[in-house]
Design a protein around this ligand. Structure first.
Ligand code: RIB
Length: 309
């Protein structure tokens, strides 16, 4: 099996994570019971997820001229990620995310994009070599929308497989989705995109199937995943694990899916693999810190079996 080469274009954040007894209400100050600064950002998380699963990964993004920027770059290199596509923006802070995690593992996140909002089409053009070298291009929505749209068109022009994770949900021209091979959305993103509630599941699926992208993957948390392709809806259940922190679960799914596609898996196999990776991720605290290696997935398969639950 080839290793597969993945190019991620996206955000890098420092996550400031507090574990809390319950989410603070408006105007309320609460006491948390743990704090940690951990690497995150949807782009960076997805890049690390794919790299830990054996893919060759390059990341295009922007960091600020601060301590966070320096340390994040060093950690990515340790993860064997090609960091030549990461620029440092002068006099701007690196992206940061304030994350609260409750006892059920649910989170609430505020992202302050900082340097991430400085990633432009010019940066994309400067790294044409990284586009040429990859099999799969992965994008999310914590960088400027114009840069996402430009990158997708460029990737498609070069015949690459394009995965767009529409997270966080932001408006983008629907016709830009024609450049997308696999659109990955969660229920909130799907509702915002189609204007249909998750409670009307069949109508929601119809709305998603009518989008100009080739395939849609709808992630449903503890309810698993729905994969829409060629007029079919394939449902894959989630593993019943004890969630500690769901932060980064979606990123682990996208990174794993990209990694397996780049290595030559069929999409359905890649989705099934990504469901396992997300299951392991939610059992540990943090986004990047929780991402599993191939060896950990083998151990998981020994406990749960290779097939879906
Ligand atoms: O998806 C989880 C990520 O969202 C966190 O790491 C945080 O940085 C935000 O980008």
């Amino acid at each position: 099996m080839k290793n597969g080469s993945v190019l991620v274009i996206g955000s890098l954040n420092m996550d400031l994570v507090a574990q809390v007894g319950s989410m603070p209400r408006r105007g309320e100050t609460i006491l948390g019971h743990s704090f940690a600064a951990m690497m995150g950002g949807k782009g960076s998380n997805q890049a690390v997820a794919a790299a830990r699963l054996g893919s060759q990964v390059a990341l295009i993004g922007c960091l600020g001229s601060d301590e966070f920027g320096e340390s994040m770059q060093a950690v990515l290199r340790q993860e064997r990620i090609e960091t030549g596509g990461i620029s440092q923006v002068e006099n701007v802070p690196s992206g940061a995310a304030l994350v609260c995690v409750d006892p059920d593992g649910d989170n609430s996140i505020v992202v302050v994009p900082g340097a991430n909002s400085h990633l432009t089409a010019r940066d994309i053009d400067r790294h044409a070599d990284l586009f040429q070298a990859c099999d799969v291009v992965v994008l999310q929505m914590e960088i400027p929308v114009e840069t996402v749209v430009y990158s997708m068109a460029e990737a498609k022009r070069l015949g690459k497989t394009v995965i767009l994770n529409l997270a966080p949900s932001r408006r983008m021209p629907v016709e830009a989705l024609r450049h997308v091979d696999y659109l990955v959305v969660n229920e909130v993103e799907a509702e915002e995109l189609t204007g249909v509630s998750i409670n009307q599941f069949d109508r929601l699926v119809e709305g998603l199937a009518g989008l100009p992208c080739r395939h849609v993957i709808l992630t449903l948390g503890a309810e698993g995943v729905a994969y829409l392709a060629d007029g079919r809806v394939l449902r894959l259940p989630a593993y019943r694990v004890q969630a500690v922190d769901t932060t980064g679960a979606g990123d682990s799914f996208v990174g794993a899916f990209a990694s397996r596609l780049a290595r030559g898996d069929e999409a359905e196999e890649a989705v099934a693999y990504a469901v396992k990776v997300a299951a392991i991720t939610v059992t540990r605290l943090g986004a990047q810190a929780a991402l599993p290696t191939e060896e950990e997935i083998r151990q998981f398969e020994q406990v749960w079996g290779v097939e879906q639950p």
